[in-house]
Ligand binder design. Structure first.
Ligand code: FPP
Length: 243
């Protein structure tokens, strides 16, 4: 966590890692009598806005919940449209992400994604691996409970092989076996659209995270909304269970 004086943010405390549940694309579209698909399209624009905001505020890690493991149960037309958006965004933005010094990572069961998107994911990971201004982690086909189960299975295998005893398992070891092992825990979690749930996102990692719920629908999200959430975060007193 850093205190960065910036023109817009004053002397606001800047969180190192911000995670966002981008919610409200469908409601944004319904309010305008548009299809849900248009809402997702506009939601992709808001991702650019969030990236700009992180750049201006000096946020080092941004993690976005782009597609949950539960989203596979949506109508096939909507799933295909979202996959098309990811495909388009990854192809179109790869150069801009590199130029902006953004490293792109992925969490989730990406093996369920169409194979050409898996190829784009590999390309993005490789081409951005030396960038260090911002780490953008996209949660795709992600579910936190499944991620925790995966970590438990990995530890269980080590016990079975005789390389680990159950008593040696501690919180750090569990963290190191999650897909987020190389990320700091989120300081601030933002959910848009007024819903107040975690929806199976970063359950373990958010043990001490500050939550800010914004009434704005994700497609309307602007960098000023990020600044407002960061200011709210800065006003909180984080005690981590101590006095
Ligand atoms: C939640 O809104 C949003 C999603 C399930 C998809 C998020 C995807 C994007 C913002 C598109 C682009 C992303 C990238 C990384 C290019 P909802 O559909 O659940 O909205 P509702 O609750 O109003 O129905």
């Amino acid at each position: 966590m850093t205190v960065v004086p910036s023109a817009e943010a004053g002397a606001t405390i800047i969180p190192e890692h911000v995670a966002i549940i981008m919610d409200g694309n469908g409601r944004w579209a319904a309010k305008r009598s548009l299809t849900r698909l248009r809402g997702h399209g506009q939601g992709a624009e808001a991702v650019r806005e969030a990236l700009k905001g992180c750049d201006e505020l000096g946020i080092r890690y941004l993690t976005l919940f782009a597609f949950s493991s539960e989203n596979w149960s949506r109508p096939v037309e909507e799933i295909n449209h979202l996959m098309g958006l990811f495909r388009f965004f990854f192809r179109k933005e790869i150069k801009a992400l590199c130029d902006a010094g953004i490293r792109v990572k992925f969490i989730g069961n990406t093996s369920k994604l169409p194979s050409d998107i898996q190829d784009l994911i590999e390309e993005l990971k490789v081409r951005t691996k030396d960038n260090n201004k911002l780490v953008l982690t996209l949660a795709l086909s992600y579910g936190s409970q499944a991620e925790i189960v995966g970590a438990m299975q990995a530890l269980g295998e080590k016990i079975k092989a005789g390389d680990l005893s159950p008593e040696e398992i501690d919180e750090n070891m569990v963290s190191r076996n999650l897909q987020t092992a190389d990320l700091p825990e989120p300081d601030l979690l933002i959910r848009t659209s007024g819903e107040k749930r975690l929806s199976n996102f970063l359950l373990w990692q958010c043990a001490y995270t500050e939550f800010v719920f914004l009434d704005v629908l994700w497609p309307d999200f602007k960098k000023q909304d990020l600044l407002a959430a960061v200011e709210e975060y800065g006003s909180r007193n984080r005690r981590y269970g101590a006095l």
